[in-house]
Every structure is written in C-alpha cells, then in structure tokens.
Design a protein around this ligand. Sequence first.
Ligand code: ADP
Ligand code: MG
Length: 235
Amino acid sequence: TDEIIRNSDKLLIIGELAAGIAHEIRNPLTTLKGFLQLLVAKETDTKQRLEYYRVMEDALNHIEFVAGEMLVLAKPQVTHVVEHDVMTILREVVNLLSAEALLKSVEINIQTLDEPAVILCDKNQIKQVFINIIKNAIEAMSTGGLLKIMSQQMNDHVEIHIQDNGLGIESDRIPKLFEPFYTTKEKGTGLGLMISQKILRDHNSTISIVSEPGQGTTAIVSIPLQRGTSSTCPA
Ligand code: ADP
Ligand code: MG
C-alpha cells in the first residue's frame, strides 16, 4: 500500500506540474506569437523593432528558465550521497547569501551545535534547500530584520529552524506554498519550496512552515541523523 500511495502521490504532483508548466509556457508563447505577427504585418522602425525583440527575448528567457527547473526535477533522485555535518552546510549557505542579506539590512544569527550533526546527503541538493528557504526569509523582510537559524539534535534526526520576522503568511495560504508555481512575488517562480520539498523527500526528510501574519515565519527542516559514526567527511 505504501508503494501505491507513493505512486498516486506522484501522479498528483505530475498533474499539478503539467498544468503549471502549460500555463507558464503558454503565456510567453502567446507573447512571442503576437509580436512575431506584429513584426510581419506592420511596418516598424528600428527603435520599435528593438523594443519588440527585447520583449520577445524576455519571453524566451522565461521558457528557458522553466525548462531548466523542470530538468532539475527530472534528474535522477539522490545522486551523490555522502556524510556531512549539517552545520558546515548551513554556514556555507549563510556565507553565500551574506552579501544579499547585508544589502537588505537582514542580520543573520546562526546558532551552532556542540557536536556535529552528521547526515547522509547530496550536499548540493541540501544546500539548494537551505538557499531557497533563506532567500524566502530575506525576501519576506523587505525593510530588514533578523533571521535566526537554530538547530537541535533529537533522538534520530536533526531539526533546523529558520525563523524570520518578516511579513508572515495567512494560515489558509500555507497549504499552497508547496504547489508548483504558487508565488506572491512579482518576479517569483513559485518553484523554490516545491523543489525543496522534493529534495527533502528524496532524503527521507521533511519541511514544514509555521507562520504568524505580521510577525514572521519559521521553516522547520527535519533530516535523519547518520548514526554509529563519529567522523565527518570534509567538504
Ligand atoms: P517564490 O519565492 O519564487 O515565490 P517559493 O516556492 O520559494 O516561490 O515560495 C512560494 C511562496 O511562499 C512565496 O511567494 C511566498 O508567498 C511564500 N513564502 C515562502 N517563504 C516565506 C517566508 N519566509 N515569509 C513569507 N512568505 C513566504
Ligand atoms: Mg523562493
């Protein structure tokens, strides 16, 4: 039954994805077609034509981006699984995003663990998950704020809490967050959280979001600990 549930789960995701992709690609295609027809039918001066080309290029870029994201999803599941310390990965991601945080007046406070929390993972994929979550947190604090990253070792898993004091999310929107292409941002893709959830599933891990509108949001990632080893792999 487990297998059946997983399969119907997959079908549901494929259906949602297909609808999302169709929509995401159709809009720029309509744009492209319209401007092509304009260029063919109408006398246009160079300036106007350049403007049309620019809009057409944007449309093409969007299709290219969506196709690229789909390829990420289509890639074989976990590829390069090795032992890593979660804190090391988190610190790397924070370093990566520190310039962006500084620019947006967001202070990042990362609490360290006494012992390494060793997990089995594809490092780049788990990095991508934390990048997606932390970027969302930064984007939710448009006038600056505090981003707290806290970790906790439980019995058999490590829990990472990524907490912002940004605009928050109304409770009825929470179920939508993991749907493909659900975004409230002008330049958002709505793929970050769905891809993160997919990666975490591939790692037998979970993500949940708790939020208070006007107060902030916490993303909670839970990853199984690798037991019986004391050494960690270098980056
Ligand atoms: P995108 O960031 O491209 O919009 P995501 O899948 O990363 O796509 O996020 C989907 C939506 O979830 C966002 O548009 C936003 O509305 C909401 N969201 C995610 N993280 C947060 C957060 N930390 N604070 C407020 N809203 C968030
Ligand atoms: Mg995002």
